[in-house]
Design a protein around this ligand. Structure first.
Ligand SMILES: C[S@@+](CC[C@H](N)C(=O)[O-])C[C@H]1O[C@@H](n2cnc3c(N)ncnc32)[C@H](O)[C@@H]1O
Ligand SMILES: O=C(O)C(=O)C[C@]1(C(=O)O)C=C[C@@H](O)C=C1
Length: 243
């Protein structure tokens, strides 16, 4: 598949509208996420490696906020346990339509079910691995505790939850350092200052990041016995929580 370049925020926009995962974003998404999230490729491949370790026989692996299915494909490639299925969920019809074609073109024995639904409505059951790769940050903060509780309830003993998020920081010093480093990363990947600032405004009311300790506290309140931050690059991190 040809990777189209993201230039959505390249020209001055007369009116700033909230960021949405619509057709235009779908068209450029692989390029956008690769150039915007430091370590994205490393995260995707290592989520597959972690899944291989924790996927249990005859269980389900969930990819919540699956976009074009990058996590799903990585899990699918690595799962060795017999009788596993992957359930990928996204509430953007445009994402799901495109993901269907991508998954269909991938030859693999592990069945994948793609669902267009709000992950707040998804029944998590018989799960050994649940992944949210940069999706909780788009869920209304008031709904986050309940969603994480539902994930915990739906996991089998020995199951894991992998949570990747953009982070915010308590001290101004840290916040400035990580934000500037992230913007340098974007500039190095060819984004202009205008693109960086317009995308930042478009995400302002939509992507609400939290601190690492807020995430860890929520995981422990939901019942997870332990969580580890297994990856961080600048203000992007990934946690694994154990049931
Ligand atoms: C940053 S993208 C996720 C990237 C993807 N996990 C990956 O690794 O390539 C966030 C995704 O979450 C989806 N999303 C946001 N809110 C959602 C909700 N309430 N229910 C289902 N999907 C949601 C968006 O449509 C979008 O595709
Ligand atoms: O571009 C940014 O600043 C981001 O925060 C990156 C981010 C994300 O973390 O989800 C935001 C929206 C796009 O879907 C891809 C990546």
């Amino acid at each position: 598949m040809i990777k189209k370049a993201d230039n959505i925020f390249a020209s001055p926009l007369e009116q700033m509208v909230d960021f949405r995962f619509d057709e235009r974003v779908v068209d450029v998404f692989p390029d956008m996420i690769q150039r915007s999230v430091p370590g994205y490729g490393t995260l995707i491949s290592n989520i597959g490696i972690l899944t291989a370790r924790y996927a249990q026989e005859n269980s389900s692996c969930y990819d919540l906020g699956s976009s074009l299915g990058a996590v799903t494909l990585s899990m699918r490639q690595r799962i060795k346990a017999e009788g596993c299925q992957i359930i990928a969920v996204d509430n953007s019809a445009a994402m799901i339509e495109r993901a269907k074609k991508i998954i269909a073109a991938d030859n693999n024995r592990v069945p994948v079910e793609l669902r267009c639904e709000d992950i707040n409505q998804t029944l998590i059951e018989n799960a050994s691995v649940v992944v949210m790769n940069f999706t909780l940050q788009f869920i209304a903060p008031a709904l986050r505790d309940e969603l994480i509780r539902q994930i915990y309830q739906g996991l089998k003993p020995g199951g894991v939850f992998i949570l990747s998020e953009k982070l915010t920081f308590d001290s101004d010093e840290q916040q400035t350092f990580f934000t500037e480093a992230h913007h340098d990363f974007k500039r190095a990947n060819g984004y202009s200052d205008l693109e960086i600032s317009q995308k930042r405004s478009a995400l302002e009311n939509v992507l609400i990041p939290e601190t690492l300790s807020t995430h860890q506290h929520r995981l422990s309140q939901a019942g997870f016995s332990r969580s580890e931050c297994w990856f961080q690059c600048f203000n992007f991190a990934s946690l694994i929580a154990f049931k």
